[in-house]
Design a protein around this ligand. Structure first.
Ligand code: V47
Length: 375
């Protein structure tokens, strides 16, 4: 077979091309050089090489429902438009019955996953959350419960006056199957102090993830970009995730999250561009050589960019996502859900083969009324 020659305009990428071809791990300086290049096509080519080595022509997607039991939050993070104070007349907290009923709307569409996150509520107890999980499992036994960020778990542990390990064990025993990747933001303390100074710090986020993985609870991980961080902060964040993954192997997928400034105290910051969104997907694929999947979250980056991302390092389009709130409160103009058929068209038009997956990337087979996870 003839090998096509790659045209690389930015000469600084040549040594990185050699490393990618030989499977050598990229350094901090390589990561910064990747972020600084404007040669997006060369960057995309490199990331696509790695993506196809890992996943061939497949693009994964899933059918899930987001459930946000409350938007009441004791923290006042400047990055967030979702959290509200308990006294705010617009704040809401669902009863257990409302959570179970909301979930049912997704189940009727055969969701394989409930993605459950919420604010740091000052009164909801660990027992309340455990009952919520048990009630969901009882009603929807086939549905995977991907619930609670590292930040929520750390807060619940502190309020309950028990260790993070015990909190995780109790949530796991009540039905929590895995954890989403939110709340990581950017680990750099200088930036964290400005955008989310009420949250646990980066080391604590890593420590909760480490404990979860040690208990056999898999999780995702994220990075929030496009606010006041610089290239070095982003590479540092990716390398800290990579180091934990070397140790535990517990991360399933990485999701770069573009900052949406609308309705936040950081509203003066311009929204990210398509160029930046694709670059973050590609750099993540190249730096995170030990995390199997890179998700292009279409809610955040629009279906158009998420589709193109399938040729820039991503192998996942996330899901049909019924009823997203966090990004829509922050001004996202994307739809709140995509039909299965629309996702399939996006994937096929990108020349990829769609595979429906469960949360842990096992293929799912469907008929008219139900689904089976193939193990
Ligand atoms: O933790 C909050 C971020 C996260 C804003 O694990 C904001 O499968 C941008 O973590 N602009 C929630 N971002 C979303 C999240 C997620 C999404 C999809 C899949 C998975 C997964 C996880 O969104 C928060 C925070 O990092 N966020 N406010 C904002 N204004």
């Amino acid at each position: 077979m003839t090998k096509l020659q790659v045209i690389i305009d930015d000469a600084r990428l040549k040594p990185i091309l050699d490393k990618v071809n030989s499977g050598e791990r990229l350094s901090f300086d390589d990561g910064v050089a990747l972020y600084r290049t404007s040669d997006l096509l060369a960057l995309g080519y490199l990331a696509n090489q790695v993506r196809e080595r890992l996943h061939g022509n497949v693009t994964f997607f899933n059918v899930n429902r987001h459930i946000n039991p409350t938007d009441v939050c004791v923290a006042s993070c400047r990055l967030c438009a979702f959290g509200k104070k308990a006294r705010d007349p617009k704040a809401y907290t669902m009863s257990l019955d409302q959570v179970w009923e909301t979930a049912g709307k997704g189940w009727s569409e055969s969701a394989t996953e409930f993605h459950i996150v919420g604010g740091l509520h000052p009164e909801l107890t660990l027992d309340w959350y455990c009952e919520m999980l048990r009630g969901l499992k009882q009603r929807y036994p086939q549905v995977h419960l991907k619930a609670f960020t590292m930040v929520e778990v750390a807060y619940l542990a502190r309020r309950t006056k028990v260790s993070v390990r015990e909190t995780l064990e109790r949530l796991r025993d009540a039905g929590m199957d895995s954890m989403p990747g939110g709340g990581a933001e950017i680990f750099c303390e200088r930036v964290r102090r400005i955008i989310c100074d009420h949250k646990i710090d980066g080391n604590e986020w890593i420590e909760v993830a480490r404990t979860a993985h040690q208990l056999g609870i898999r999780s995702n991980c994220t990075m929030l970009y496009g606010h006041i961080e610089n290239e070095g902060d982003r590479v540092d964040h990716l390398m800290r995730l990579r180091a934990l993954q070397d140790e535990t192997g517990g991360f399933v997928t990485f999701i770069p999250l573009a900052f949406h400034p609308a309705n936040t105290p950081l509203e003066h910051i311009p929204a990210t561009t398509g160029f930046a969104d694709l670059k973050n997907i590609a750099v993540a694929r190249l730096m995170l050589d030990n995390i199997p999947h890179i998700k292009a979250y279409w809610i955040m980056m629009t279906p158009r960019i998420a589709q193109i991302a399938q040729r820039f390092g991503s192998d996942d389009l996330d899901g049909t996502v019924v009823e997203e709130k966090i990004y829509h409160d922050a001004g996202a103009t994307t739809s709140q859900s995509l039909r299965r058929s629309e996702l399939l068209r996006l994937i096929r038009e990108a020349g990829r083969e769609p595979v429906e997956r469960d949360t842990l990337y096992r293929p799912v087979e469907r008929n008219e009324t139900t689904f089976t996870v193939l193990v």
